[in-house]
Design a protein around this ligand. Structure first.
Ligand SMILES: [Zn+2]
Length: 279
């Protein structure tokens, strides 16, 4: 068994605190920190002003808080970080030496997932099982790294701001949005638990999750080039009536290069391409 210590650095108010969590795996393969992306490690401290995520000492994301109390704080804290590995048997998360959660992986074949043309479909009509927990797909991560490296060579900065999300994490996010915006508005941009593409491990959000991302140099380049790496803008402009979500220039979905190029050239959204609806 392997113990890995990870330091997550939080900036809390005026001071610095270092929290350490360690994770134990039920197999002996050597792990690399490069394989990791931190999802979140949330709201254990309601008074913090902002939180930064680091991988190998490099900042990969940042979230800001305005001193308000976040609901679901305990759940966020437990969800912590997720990782990529299809062969692991179980994963235990610790905080300050205390086990906060354990997730088991049985390697079972999922037969209640909905595929069309080898594409796993998740939308308002086709949910995922609550215990479907694949982590961020390694092929997706590799394609993302290639894309961000190519962008970097052009002077563009593209980074992951949200990757894999578990059912439970999505439940907290949706609940929070529901409380703030009410159901009809929340449903235009926030998926209900089980209905989020982030739970597939094949989708992620880039940079700033804001409409203004579309107008940045990065946003324009991603829109015109992401298909070369197997990605599509999953919720395109003008397709809200079909996808069920407003334009999200920051949300990419991996469908493989062949499908991505066909979808890009067709001008269709994924539902149209597959002949589906998302009521
Ligand atoms: Zn997203």
């Amino acid at each position: 068994m392997k113990d890995i210590r990870i330091g997550l650095i939080f900036l809390i108010g005026a001071g610095f605190f270092v929290l350490q969590g360690n994770i134990e795996y039920g197999y002996s393969e050597q792990l690399s920190f490069n394989e990791w992306r931190y999802e979140s490690f949330e709201a254990a401290f309601p008074h913090k002003e902002y939180e930064s995520y680091y991988v190998d000492g490099k900042r990969t994301g940042q979230k800001r808080y305005n001193g308000k109390n976040h609901e679901g704080a305990v759940s966020w804290r437990i969800e912590g970080y997720e990782r990529v590995h299809p062969n692991k048997e179980y994963e235990r998360k610790y905080l300050d030496g205390i086990k906060t959660s354990e997730t088991r992986y049985t390697g079972k074949n999922w037969n209640n997932l909905f595929f069309v043309k080898d594409i796993l479909v998740v939308n308002k009509a086709y949910p995922l099982p609550a215990d479907y927990y694949p982590g961020l797909n390694p092929d997706v991560l590799q394609a993302f790294d290639q894309m961000s490296n190519d962008a970097k060579a052009l002077g563009l900065n593209i980074y992951l701001s949200s990757g894999f999300r578990s059912y439970r994490l999505q439940a907290d996010i949706y609940k929070n949005n529901l409380n703030i915006y009410g159901q009809s508005v929340a449903d235009t941009f926030s998926a209900r638990p089980g209905y989020s593409e982030h739970q597939t491990g094949l989708a992620f959000d880039l940079n700033t999750i804001s409409d203004s991302f579309a107008k940045t140099k990065e946003g324009v380049w991603v829109k015109n080039n992401c298909h070369k790496y197997g990605f599509i803008i999953r919720y395109p402009e003008g397709k809200q009536g079909i996808t069920g979500y407003k334009y999200e220039p920051w949300h990419l979905r991996y469908v493989g290069i062949g499908n991505a190029e066909a979808i890009f050239n067709s001008g269709l959204c994924l539902e149209e391409y597959l002949g589906l609806t998302s009521p």
